[in-house]
Design a protein around this ligand. Structure first.
Ligand SMILES: [Zn+2]
Ligand SMILES: [Zn+2]
Length: 258
């Protein structure tokens, strides 16, 4: 390569790297403290990184905080998914990071959350017997209206880099979210469950176990409905992979110590 071409290509490489740096967040997504340039490419500071994973005991199936390996709700009415892998509690700093991804369009945060989740998912998959079929990664889709409004699906921003990190195939169009039904608040509890249950359809038959990725699990109804759709379409099992789990209702109502 002639010398001046080489020099020019170095200039372009430097410019590209500066442009990539400009896309990285300047403040910690967890606590809003300024991030030193190049100090943390993840998007959050070191103390927030330490606080992401909460030490609480969790139900193995739905990941709700639980003193027993299986919570009361999963014992009495088991959800359709086999288990739930979770990064941490939907509480500071993780709730702020999730909201930054959801409402501020920061794909770098999706990649960073995927990088934090990957080893936890890997540990879960390592427990499966040898020869277990490979999982396929599916993100919980948004409805067309919500997608048009937001412009992107935050769960897919996590699912794509997660699939890459795990070396697993991703199917971005495996599920479709139907038009939103009547507002949940106007329905009886039974009708609410039916309303959510019919929210998803699989776009094709499924023969592989699925890793179903979403940002937050609250009641679990959305992930249950998406799992039912995949299982109805033939998926042998569904493992949920979520960034954050909300606290059980009685814990979130607790006013805490005076
Ligand atoms: Zn922070
Ligand atoms: Zn449970």
């Amino acid at each position: 390569m002639p010398h001046h071409t080489l020099a020019l290509s170095r200039v372009f490489t430097t410019l590209a790297s500066h442009a990539a740096d400009a896309l990285l967040p300047r403040a910690c997504a967890g606590c809003a403290q300024p991030l030193a340039r190049g100090a943390c490419r993840a998007g959050w500071c070191a103390p927030c990184a330490d606080a992401l994973v909460s030490p609480a005991g969790r139900c193995g199936q739905c990941a709700i905080e639980s003193l027993t390996p299986l919570c009361e709700s999963c014992r009495t009415t088991p959800p359709p998914f086999t288990c739930t892998v979770v990064l941490g509690a939907y509480a500071p700093p993780l709730d702020r990071i999730v909201r930054a991804l959801k409402f501020n369009r920061q794909p770098a945060l999706g990649a960073a959350l995927a990088a934090a989740l990957a080893p936890i998912v890997q540990r879960e998959l390592a427990q499966l017997p040898a020869g277990h079929p490979r999982h396929r990664v599916v993100a919980v889709p948004l409805s067309d209206e919500r997608l048009a409004e937001r412009g992107y699906n935050q769960s897919l921003l996590i699912a794509r880099p997660l699939a890459r990190a795990l070396g697993l195939p991703i199917d971005p169009t495996a599920l479709r979210r139907q038009r939103a039904g009547p507002p949940q608040s106007r329905l009886s509890p039974g009708a609410r469950a039916t309303n959510v249950a019919q929210a998803f359809v699989a776009t094709r038959p499924h023969h592989e176990p699925v890793l179903l990725v979403d940002d937050v699990m609250t009641t679990g109804a959305t992930l249950a409905a998406a799992s039912y759709a995949l299982i109805r379409a033939g998926a042998p099992s569904v493992t949920c992979v979520i960034v954050a789990r909300t606290a059980p209702p009685d814990v979130s109502r607790c006013p805490g110590p005076p």
